[in-house]
Design a binder for this molecule. Structure first.
Ligand code: 13P
Ligand code: SF4
Length: 303
């Protein structure tokens, strides 16, 4: 049944000249049929350059919105419109405008896990893969960082700038506790602990390496270690295991499960491709301003 459905989706993708983008946290079967799996940065780069007419975004709302901002001439489908990101909902454009008035002249760096309206009020966006480079690309001595206080804290350790932090966080990553990691590290003394910078600072302080989801694949592939304790959303394990059959991956906690990232099923994708709904659109005046912040991010050299 799943095999037939997967084939029907692939057929529709071809017929519609569509591309299926999937975040690294998606269900295994969704990652399996995607044209491209990646982190937020890779997926937004793909959305900006794709030749497809239709982008089927398997991720959460802000990711599809970024695709709609970058590629206004494409139809962007988000198979589950209810797949949101609680962190993105932790700041509104009005709240950011108010915050900016208390810190006049200080540029705003906004994590892509945010709404189009918040991006429109920002100077530049970043993802977890390029946050330090983005921050360092600015000449200012102080920055406002929104909405993720944990990513902001992580980056601030490697920067001379003063960070004015918004207090948002990812409820999924925040659930990983330092005691849990310490206990696992003592149980597996040869294992490396790798986590996402969305984790609490007490957790990232214990990490052998903290990085974006896609950077984790490179790190684990290139490392001579055989066992890894993974501190990010469970969906990452699918490809880690597939690409490294001789290595062991231990999810640091069963609480590392993002319900929003797990909403999209094969049935939802099929339905979206068949009906060409639900479409994600961004109002033009917001889109243009949000695009400026995303374009500035995409122009920051990678190395
Ligand atoms: P990446 O930027 O590593 O893809 O992470 C996005 C995200 O939502 C993490 O929770
Ligand atoms: Fe948002 Fe966290 Fe889920 Fe990523 S894992 S989409 S930051 S709630």
């Amino acid at each position: 049944m799943q095999t037939e459905l997967k084939q029907a989706i692939r057929d529709l993708i071809k017929e519609r000249n569509a591309v299926l983008l999937a975040h690294n946290y998606m269900r295994d079967e969704v990652q399996e049929i995607a044209d491209i799996t990646g982190d937020s940065l890779a997926l937004s780069q793909e959305a900006a350059k794709t030749a497809a007419d239709i982008i089927v975004f398997c991720g959460v709302h802000f990711m599809a919105e970024s695709a709609a901002i970058l590629s206004p001439d494409k139809t962007v489908l988000l198979p589950r419109l209810d797949a949101g990101c609680p962190m993105a909902d932790m700041i509104t454009a009005d709240e950011l405008i108010k915050f900016k008035t208390t810190l006049p002249g200080i540029p705003v760096v906004t994590y892509v896990n945010s709404s189009a309206e918040v991006k429109a009020e920002s100077d530049i966006c970043c993802t977890s893969a390029n946050a330090l480079k983005v921050v360092n690309s600015l000449h200012d001595k102080e920055i406002i960082f929104t909405p993720d206080r944990n990513l902001g804290h992580y980056v601030s350790q490697f920067s001379d700038k003063k960070f004015h932090m918004w207090g948002g966080y990812c409820p999924t990553h925040e659930r990983l506790k330092p005691e849990t990691v310490k206990e696992l590290k003592s149980r597996y003394p040869d294992a490396l602990f790798i986590c996402h910078p969305e984790c609490n600072p007490l957790v990232t302080a214990l990490a052998d390496h903290a990085c974006s989801t896609s950077a984790m694949y490179d790190f684990c592939r290139n490392s001579s270690a055989k066992t890894f304790i993974i501190g990010t959303e469970a969906g990452i394990l699918y490809r880690l295991k597939l690409e490294n059959p001789d290595k062991e991956f231990i999810l640091a906690s069963q609480a590392l499960f993002c319900p929003n990232m797990k909403l999209t099923s094969l049935e939802d994708i099929y339905e979206a491709l068949k009906t060409l709904k639900p479409v994600v659109r961004v109002e033009e005046s917001i889109r243009l301003r949000a695009k400026t912040a995303l374009d500035r991010m995409l122009a920051v050299p990678r190395d």
